[in-house]
Design a protein around this ligand. Structure first.
Ligand SMILES: Cc1cc2nc3c(=O)[nH]c(=O)nc-3n(C[C@H](O)[C@H](O)[C@H](O)COP(=O)(O)OP(=O)(O)OC[C@H]3O[C@@H](n4cnc5c(N)ncnc54)[C@H](O)[C@@H]3O)c2cc1C
Length: 444
């Protein structure tokens, strides 16, 4: 008979869940991971770019392991489009020549193999993984969460529940911990996945990820985009292109249906797409996904709790999606590690009350990077430039958010996180260096 009682149940085997599961199992606690998809990572946005600081300051076993990397990224190329043509490029944020390929600003990954790799590490550590199982409700005794009910009607009990279910955060609502995200915070993204041969990717993009910016009258970005761009990420033999649209604007407007496809059609007519991409790509899939990218920018959403009696929320379900470049994986990893520590402390103290678990939120807030990532206003500020119709202002704002000006916001938190790590372990820079070298080899 399948077991029904655990110390820890983790709902969701995306980017964050397996990290908590592995660390709790390693500490000797019986741990179950539930995943609604048939494979870990399958229901997560199909691929993404994970910034280097996620690997450096996230779980050591990821940094020191050999996760399935697709392609390293050397910089961001911001293309400015007017009348269908690129009139300016800002590639000021890139690894300068002598340091490339020894360092990278990030790595592109496909979610399914990457999350499967993470979940395999959790299973190796002793966690149990059940796939194709959805947690549909929580078991509560008074105010305390005591487990979950699955779509198969099973009651699974635990001392502590980790909600790692991503942006939909239904369990957090059922547990009475949070409300669902407001539509103004949620970006609906339409992703086109194209096959493209490596030789063409190398020639057209180099190791850049590409952003395409324009004024609204170009018809290339969604009108309620609050600073949307078209962006292209590169993988081994494929590229992904994304356009996003917020579910509601600050002034209450709701977008028309199918708007994203219209914007794609406009982008496909640009000179850059026609010349550099169109002859070399083959459409493989279209994928929809959502992220609560602005949850950190609205005070009421940012201040919703991340814990309750018997429950901790990590990653997207805790509203930790980064607000400028949508890089939510680092915060999912950072919060997962903090949640694992707090869960272990609570289990050892035999106290999983909210009063004990409030240390989790305190530690999240003290983390050198999480708050900086979720409160970065650059993308929302860009909306002001787009509304003003001032092209020069748009270019300036793009430079601040996606060009070298980005360092004004991020240099201090990254250096701060670096110093904290070095104080803990002075030898850690050697591991960082070996990680960059190894990851480049993994790609090769
Ligand atoms: C279009 C788009 C582009 C993005 N690009 C990037 C990027 O380039 N870089 C970056 O770092 N981040 C990016 N992100 C954000 C990133 O994907 C998330 O921040 C990250 O996946 C959050 O990790 P998580 O563990 O909190 O949730 P997820 O990784 O979403 O995992 C949640 C898991 O829980 C499972 N689940 C949900 N509900 C249940 C349930 N009730 N029962 C059982 N299982 C359940 C899901 O199937 C899923 O596997 C992007 C997101 C989107 C939508």
């Amino acid at each position: 008979m399948a077991r029904k009682d655990y110390d820890v149940i983790v709902v969701g085997a995306g980017f964050g869940g397996p990290v908590v599961a592995k660390e709790c199992a390693e500490a000797g606690f019986s741990t179950l991971m539930l995943e609604r998809a048939a494979t870990p990572g399958q229901k997560v946005i199909s691929s993404c770019t994970i910034p280097f600081y996620g690997f450096l300051f996230g779980p050591e076993w990821i940094m020191n392991g050999n996760p399935p990397i697709e392609r390293p990224v050397s910089g961001i190329r911001n293309n400015f489009i007017r009348n269908g043509e690129t009139y300016k490029i800002d590639n000021s944020f890139r690894i300068p020549k002598p340091f490339w390929p020894h360092f990278a600003i990030g790595y592109t990954v496909y979610c399914r193999p990457f999350c499967t790799w993470l979940a395999d590490r959790a299973v190796e550590a002793g966690a149990e993984l059940r796939t194709s199982v959805t947690a549909v409700d929580v078991i509560k005794e008074g105010n305390s969460v005591k487990g979950v009910i699955t779509d198969k009607g099973e009651e699974l009990r635990c001392k502590i529940l980790i909600d790692a279910e991503g942006v939909q955060n239904i369990l957090a609502k059922k547990a009475g911990v949070r409300d669902i995200f407001r539509p103004e915070t949620i970006e609906l993204c339409l992703i086109y996945d194209f096959e493209m041969k490596k030789e063409h990717i190398d020639r057209v993009c180099g190791y850049n990820i590409e952003y395409f910016w324009s004024m609204p009258d170009e018809g290339m970005i969604a009108p309620l985009g609050d600073g949307s761009a078209v962006y292209i990420f590169t993988y081994r033999d494929s590229i992904h292109m994304t356009i996003g649209q917020f579910l509601k604007s600050d002034d209450g407007r709701v977008p028309a249906e199918k708007v994203l496809d219209d914007y794609y059609q406009k982008f496909f007519q640009t000179e850059c797409w026609q010349k550099n991409f169109a002859p070399y790509v083959k459409l493989r899939a279209k994928i929809w996904d959502t992220c609560a990218i602005y949850a950190g920018l609205y005070e009421d959403q940012r201040n919703m709790p991340t814990y309750g009696d018997g429950i901790l929320l990590i990653g997207d379900s805790a509203g930790l999606e980064a607000s400028a470049i949508a890089d939510g994986v680092p915060s999912a990893w950072f919060s997962a590690e903090i949640a694992a520590q707090c869960a272990i402390e609570a289990l050892k103290a035999d106290n999983t009350s909210a009063v004990f678990l409030c240390r989790y939120e305190e530690r999240l807030r003290k983390h050198p990077l999480i708050t900086a990532l979720i409160t970065d206003p650059h993308r929302k500020d860009l909306a002001k430039a787009l509304k003003s119709g001032n092209e020069a202002e748009m270019e300036r704002r793009v430079n601040q958010g996606w060009g070298i000006g980005m360092l004004n916001h991020f240099a201090f938190p990254v250096i701060n996180a670096g110093i904290k790590s070095i104080l803990k372990n002075p030898l850690v820079p050697l591991r960082w260096l070996s990680m960059f070298r190894r990851y480049f080899k993994l790609y090769g």
